[in-house]
Design a protein around this ligand. Structure first.
Ligand code: PMP
Ligand code: GLN
Length: 390
């Protein structure tokens, strides 16, 4: 085969090679190392959720579902938002089922941004944000979050806004830091949105993984924000089914409708039997959500203790699947090089946080480890990290 002489990848996607998650999972597979890189659990959803998917397949729910998602799932999403946050939604028009949160984010950015618009976001940012902002022809304006507490600097936040700001893209609980934004921080963001008539898009896929009695506050629940916030979430994390790719976007009819216009040309629809199963899952009793959160909190404690014993400086996360550590106490300062050598040195894979920062100096010594793994896997990784071969 001949290779075309002209570069194939468009300039919009220049610099977006393979995602760090795919790269690091491939490294783990190649070396046989324990994969604490990509965030996916190694245990299954509750049996009844799995059974609901099998039942849906057997019942013949195997053709295209309706564009906005099946009615039972849209009703279940609306009921979930009311039950946990007191948010009232009309399942017909204010709820859109998507192919994971990933598609909801892409569709929202493609639908809402004109070329040249600016998107205020927070770095480190989830990798698809940068790529989708670029695909939309927009520009990212990241506000830098720094350890140990990753607090929003009000001056930096104000400086990120301009007359070109189209929307704010916020992720709480936040990947990769594990930060859960406080109500006061969210108020700061909301003030700017209200004053400047800017839309907020929030990614809340870790909404049920908030630890130590903290509260997850959806931005849409702050005064004046329901009418300008598109709230995105997904079943992947909450029910340990990251491969099912059932997500959703909720909010004002006009914003949901615009997002659906883009979404219909990305995947049109997907996951018919899984939509039925997630409708069932979202109605699980509070006890499920409580024990899921308590289980992950215990895993956080387990991995944090292991990383501390291995000599890293650990920034204890308030939520999510992830903990970030600073490698400088080990006498190293390049997180990327550290992660590339870690499989050989300790037979463990982690993710260099620097890839999620534009400000490379801040991200350079930081490394993200996933704790959504069985206890024996976490213990094994901790033992390996505490006694590296070189
Ligand atoms: N946003 C964040 C912050 C994530 O960590 C992930 C990965 N689960 C996603 C979006 C993508 O979610 P999904 O797998 O539902 O597309
Ligand atoms: N959200 C997962 C993580 O942060 C990865 C998802 C993906 O591979 N795109 O690890």
């Amino acid at each position: 085969m001949t290779t075309p002489s002209r570069a194939l990848l468009t300039s919009r996607l220049g610099g977006f090679g393979t995602t760090i998650f795919a790269e690091m999972s491939a490294l783990a597979a190649r070396t046989g190392a324990i994969n604490l890189g990509q965030g996916f659990p190694d245990t299954d959803a509750p049996a009844e959720v799995l059974e609901a998917a099998v039942d849906a397949i057997r019942a013949g729910h195997n053709q295209y579902p309706p564009g906005p998602g099946i009615a039972a799932l849209r009703a279940a999403i609306a009921a979930h938002q009311r039950r946990f946050y007191g948010i009232e939604l009309d399942p017909d028009g204010e709820v859109l089922v998507t192919t994971g949160a990933t598609e909801a984010i892409a569709a929202a950015l493609l639908a809402l941004c004109e070329p040249g618009d600016e998107v205020v976001t927070f770095e480190p940012y989830y990798d698809s944000y940068a790529a989708c902002i670029a695909l939309a022809g927009a520009r990212r304006r990241p506000v830098t979050l720094r350890p140990p507490d990753y607090a929003i600097d009000p001056v930096a936040l104000a400086a990120a806004f301009s007359p070109r700001t189209r929307l704010v893209l916020l992720n709480s609980p936040h990947n990769p830091t594990g930060k859960v934004f406080t109500r006061e921080e969210l108020e700061l963001v909301a003030d700017h949105c209200r004053e400047r008539d800017v839309i907020a898009v929030t990614d809340e896929v870790y909404e049920h993984l908030v630890f130590d009695g903290r509260e997850h506050v959806p931005l849409a629940t702050l005064p004046g924000m329901a009418e300008r916030t598109l709230t995105i979430s997904s079943a992947g994390k909450t029910f340990s089914v990251t491969g099912w790719k059932i997500g959703w976007a909720t909010g004002p009819r006009a914003v949901v409708s615009a997002t659906q216009t883009a979404k219909q040309f990305l995947t049109f629809v997907s996951g018919a039997p899984f939509q039925h199963a997630i409708a069932h899952a979202l109605a699980l009793p509070d006890a499920y959500f409580d024990s899921f959160r308590a289980g992950l909190q215990a895993k956080r404690d387990r991995l944090c203790a292991g990383l501390e014993a291995a000599g890293l400086e650990v920034f204890r996360p308030a939520g999510t699947y992830f903990v970030t550590a600073d490698i400088r106490p080990l006498g190293e300062d390049d997180g990327h090089a550290f992660c590339l050598s870690l499989p050989e040195r300790a037979r463990v894979v982690a993710v260099p946080t620097v890839v999620f920062y534009d400000d490379k100096e801040v991200g350079r010594p930081l490394v993200r480890f996933a704790f959504c793994k069985r206890d024996d896997v976490i213990d094994d990784a901790a033992t390996r990290l505490a006694s590296p071969s070189a």
